[in-house]
Design a protein. Structure first.
Length: 276
């Protein structure tokens, strides 16, 4: 049975090489679409450009379908059943937004870039479902961040008011809203605070010393370490793309982290990642 999300068929993720092969096709298709607006073209030119535009559109669809699994993964990570159609539709909208803005020349993988938009629109859909304003959602996120930081502590309304610097009655409302969100989840999970989320840096935008150090320390697992560090690809997705088990992928990433922590550049690298 074909698996779909938001009306799009979910296809297996592309390898790095397969994805890169699509980029020039997409770029030529977009340029052809722009040139087709010129009314002075002859019939032969228009046919050639129309073929390029069609090939570009097909490549974009292939890229979307191969990234659709990321939408379902992000919804599932937030504790919701796969059948939450509103959230999946929001994630697909984020995916489409990412595709419109995606520049293949930046050197970053599409899934890495799309993750920001998927998470952002899924979070907005959750906010709409529970009927919270932007400021109310920010307070709920602040409370969940506080709880993640000190999981051993059960905060009273007075303590929440003190920590968030809000009146006691508002603190009670925040706690109630957080409970309402968790009650809608398949299982309790920390909500991903997209106020801390931003588009991941393109490889070309990252300082050369960062890329050089990580490639030296991580070796062939550099790309996996980069994608997982910016939360753009799950362990399952990384493992599946490499034909290994989830446990095997986790061990490889842990070796990367250990190498980074033990290196002379550990603190400098940590400072850079903290700023991203």
């Amino acid at each position: 049975m074909t698996s779909r999300v938001g009306g799009l068929e979910i296809l297996p993720p592309l390898s790095v090489d397969e994805e890169r092969q699509l980029y020039p096709v997409i770029t030529r298709g977009r340029e052809a679409a722009r040139q087709l607006s010129d009314g002075s073209l002859d019939v032969a030119q228009r046919r050639r450009l129309a073929r390029q535009r069609q090939a570009g559109q097909e490549a974009e669809l292939r890229l979307l379908q191969a990234t659709c699994g990321l939408v379902r993964t992000r919804v599932h990570e937030r504790g919701y059943r796969f059948g939450n159609e509103e959230l999946e539709a929001a994630g697909v909208e984020g995916l489409a937004n990412a595709l419109r803005r995606f520049d293949p020349e930046r050197g970053v993988r599409f899934a890495t870039y799309a993750n920001y938009w998927i998470v952002k629109l899924v979070n907005q859909a959750i906010q709409h479902q529970v009927g919270l304003s932007d400021s109310e959602m920010r307070r709920v996120l602040a409370l969940e961040k506080l709880q993640r930081t000190h999981p051993e502590t059960t905060y009273t309304p007075r303590e929440v008011a003190r920590e968030l610097k809000i009146p006691l009655e508002r603190a009670r409302d925040v706690i109630a809203s957080a409970r309402d969100i968790n009650a809608r989840r398949y299982e309790p999970m920390a909500f991903f605070d997209d106020t801390e989320l931003h588009e991941p840096p393109a490889l070309d935008d990252a300082p050369a010393w960062v890329i050089g150090a990580l490639k030296r320390l991580c070796g062939e697992d550099f790309n996996a370490f980069w994608q997982h560090s910016f939360r753009t690809t799950s362990l399952e997705e990384l493992a599946r793309a490499r034909g290994i088990t989830r446990q095997g992928m986790a061990k490889r990433l842990e070796r990367c982290r250990a190498a980074v922590r033990a290196s002379d550049e550990a603190q400098r690298l940590q400072d850079w990642f903290d700023r991203q």
